[in-house]
Design a protein around this ligand. Structure first.
Ligand SMILES: [Zn+2]
Length: 52
């Protein structure tokens, strides 16, 4: 069962939605713009809000 998550490219700053599966945390993802695989998942706002 695939879900989607927002990913941000650490190289060019592009934010894109990509399929995300909790079982494959180390899955490689390539930026659609610069082809870098330095994509980091953006956590949802509600998590940041819960902090302290
Ligand atoms: Zn990029």
């Amino acid at each position: 069962m695939a879900q989607e998550a927002d990913f941000k490219c650490l190289r060019c700053g592009t934010i894109t939605k990509l399929p995300y599966s909790p079982d494959a945390e180390l899955q490689e993802r390539a930026c659609p713009k610069c082809k870098s695989n330095s994509m980091r998942r953006i956590k949802e706002q509600k998590e940041a809000r819960a902090a302290k």
